[in-house]
Structure formats: C-alpha cells, structure tokens
Design a protein around this ligand. Structure first.
Ligand code: CAA
Length: 261
C-alpha cells in the first residue's frame, strides 16, 4: 500500500495534518501539495474542526522546500504551471481558510516549506528550527507566494535580504523579525500549538472567519480593508453566535459556541 503523504488526526476539535515524507525532509511534491490542499478544504467543511495545525513528520524538518528532484527538467511553461497550481491548490487555500491554520515548525522550513508556514495564519517554531528561502542558490526564485507574503510579514528590506542571500535564520531571529509568533522547545511544540488552538476553539468561529477575511482583504490590491471590516462587522449582528456571545456576557457566564449553526 502507498504511504500517505499527509496524516490526519483529529482530537478535541483540532485537526492536525502531518506532512509525511521524512526521507525527503518532507519536501512538497505534486501529490503532497494536492493531498494537503484537499485535507485543508475538507477540514474547513467539517464545522466541528475549530483549528488546523500543520507540521512535519519526525524532528528534522517541517518542510525542506518544493521537491527539487521533481522539477529539475521542467520547461518555462511547466515551471509557471507548477507555481500557479501549487499556489491555487494549497497556499491560497490555506491563507483564505475560514478555519485558522497554525504552522508548527519543527525543523527546517526552507523554500516552499517556509512559504507554506507563511501562508498559515499563526506560526510556532521549535528552537532548533531554521528558516530561509534558498531558491536563488538554485537559480530560481520563490514560487509559492514567498516574495509577496514574506515582504508583507517582515517588510521589503528583510524579505529581500533573506531571498538574495539565500541564508537561513534561527527560530529566535525569526521571532525578532516577526516571522514567527512563538518559539519553544521541540518537545513542547505540539502542546504549545494545541494550547493556542484550544484558546481559538472557545471563540466564535463565525467571527474568527470574518476576522481572517478582513485581515486578508487589507493585503489584497484594489480592496479597501476598512470597508470590508465595516460590512463584516455589521454582518455579525443578530447572528446566533453574536446572540450567544453577548447574552453570555450579560448573564455573566462563558459563551458556548459549539452546536450553533
Ligand atoms: N527536494 C527534494 N529532496 C530533498 C529536498 C528538497 N527540497 N530537501 C532535502 N531533500 C532530500 C535530500 O536530497 C536527501 O535525499 P537522499 O538521501 O535521497 O539524497 C534527503 O532529503 C536528506 O537531505 P540531506 O542529505 O540534504 O540532509 P542534510 O542534513 O545534509 O541537509 C538541508 C539538510 C540543508 C535541508 C538540505 O537537504 C537542503 O539544502 N535541502 C534543499 C533546501 C532547498 O533548497 N529548498 C528550496 C527548494 S526550491 C523551492 O522550494 C521552490 C519554490 O519556492 C516553489
């Protein structure tokens, strides 16, 4: 039987997706991109999932990039298609997921692997993690959204330095840069990520998905994020989750958003 490229485990309404190509340092080949994209779409459809965590198998790599061996003899057209398909099938799907996605970065996050982490909404790194975009050392550029998302996270100057030097930074440097939200010991990585997911799970999924949409719209050319926020704010009113949240406040109890909608 073929080994699955992505392993799914659901516990406490948190869907954990582990990229399972340890012999290739979890490099993203075509099939893994497709499988992971479909798992994210399915996880979002199941409303009992309140958060998604993506991590890499074993303890050396989150993802060491796109699978270089797969594209080595590609033509221009095939190369463009690889980037377009990957972005559409996976990276854009993650960024626009209604359900928040956390990257638990457990080792090397390089090239397409760092691009995967930065398409996620929240990043937690283990202290041994190393991050970089080494594509220019291969005569390539980042093709899974890295030139755009890295610059919006850390600014143009740092993004260009990381891309042009093809260097790697440590988890602590990534935290200083604002590239990752938290750094912890490797043995604590999943617990730390699950704790964030559990905090998210207590809040209104409807309001969280609208927050994701508003934040993303601020980074979408031609879209006025403030206008989107006004509309989305209004659209929360009178919804069952708004009624539960505000009623719970008045009744001095914790809101319960499970089983609504
Ligand atoms: N693609 C395919 N195979 C990869 C890979 C990748 N991105 N990264 C690692 N591997 C494979 C290696 O070829 C090796 O396989 P074999 O045992 O069959 O030779 C196995 O994983 C273990 O890797 P190493 O022996 O190289 O391990 P190491 O500890 O010596 O080095 C590393 C670790 C520094 C991460 C090194 O593997 C490395 O530099 N990997 C490539 C990183 C990279 O350049 N990523 C960018 C890819 S291009 C991209 O992502 C384009 C895009 O934006 C769309």
């Amino acid at each position: 039987m073929n080994q699955k490229n992505v392993i799914k485990e659901i516990k406490d309404n948190i869907c954990c997706l582990t990229i399972n190509r340890p012999k290739h340092l979890n490099a993203l080949n075509k099939n893994t991109i497709k499988e992971l994209g479909l798992e994210i779409i399915n996880a979002q459809k199941d409303k009992s999932n309140r958060c998604i965590i993506i991590t890499g198998s074993e303890n050396k790599a989150f993802v060491a990039g796109a699978d270089i061996k797969e594209f080595i003899s590609f033509t221009k057209i095939e190369g463009e298609k690889l980037a377009r398909k990957g972005q559409e099938e996976l990276f854009d799907v993650i960024e626009n997921s209604n359900t928040p996605v956390i990257a638990a970065i457990n080792g090397f996050a390089l090239g397409g692997g760092l691009e995967l982490a930065i398409a996620c909404h929240i990043r937690v790194a283990s202290e041994n993690a190393k991050m970089g975009l080494p594509e220019v050392s291969l005569g390539l550029i980042p093709g899974y959204g890295g030139t755009q998302r890295l610059a919006s996270l850390v600014g143009k100057g740092k993004a260009l330095e990381m891309i042009a030097t093809a260097g790697m930074i440590s988890a602590d440097e990534a935290k200083q840069w604002g590239l990752v939200n938290h750094v912890c010991l490797q043995q604590d990585l999943m617990e730390k990520s699950i704790n964030i997911a559990k905090k998210i799970s207590k809040n209104s999924p409807m309001a969280i998905s609208k927050s994701i949409r508003c934040i993303n719209s601020g980074f979408t050319p031609g879209t006025n994020g403030f206008e989107v926020e006004k509309i989305e704010f209004g659209s929360c009113f009178a919804t069952p989750e708004f009624i539960e949240g505000t009623t719970a406040f008045i009744e001095k109890r914790k809101p319960n958003f499970s089983n609504i909608g």
